[in-house]
Design a protein around this ligand. Sequence first.
Ligand code: CMX
Length: 137
Amino acid sequence: MNKIEHIGIAVKDIHVSNELFSKLLNTTPYKMEEVESEGVITSFFMVGETKIELLQATRPDSAIAKFIEKKGEGIHHIAFGVKNAQTELERLLANGFEMLNQTPKQGADNKLIAFAHPKSTNGVLTEICQEINTHVL
Ligand code: CMX
């Protein structure tokens, strides 16, 4: 793992929270993106080399809707940047972590992602993410 790529924060209303975080961080979101497969709409702020990802649920069975119902708004996950998500996923599995994905999947912000269950990581939902290289050489 090479850096904290982003911190995901579950919010009820992404437009209200975009305003709030714009004031807090003194910068505006550089993108908003809906990830249909995850049932979320996201926005991203750049803070130095790390991003803040706000997540709002788009349907009641989304992980974000369930999280907010149980715990309220707040930090939902920490994502670590990795060079190769498949290799890192295998390393985590070999070390006994409970992975929620058997292979990396497409996530927001042009990433291949996989999650470790918070029960196996001291209560912190942990994501690994690999930048998808879109440059064709
Ligand atoms: N952080 C810490 N603990 C969490 C959590 C989170 N984000 N989400 C759930 N939990 C806890 C619950 O509070 C519960 O704890 P208790 O048993 O002590 O009450 C436990 O985990 C529940 O686990 P579960 O029954 O296995 O599963 P849930 O239906 O609550 O789902 C999880 C939890 C992590 C398996 C599910 O949210 C998941 O698969 N997440 C990965 C995908 C995801 O989060 N997508 C949204 C983000 C996508 C993006 O970044 O683009």
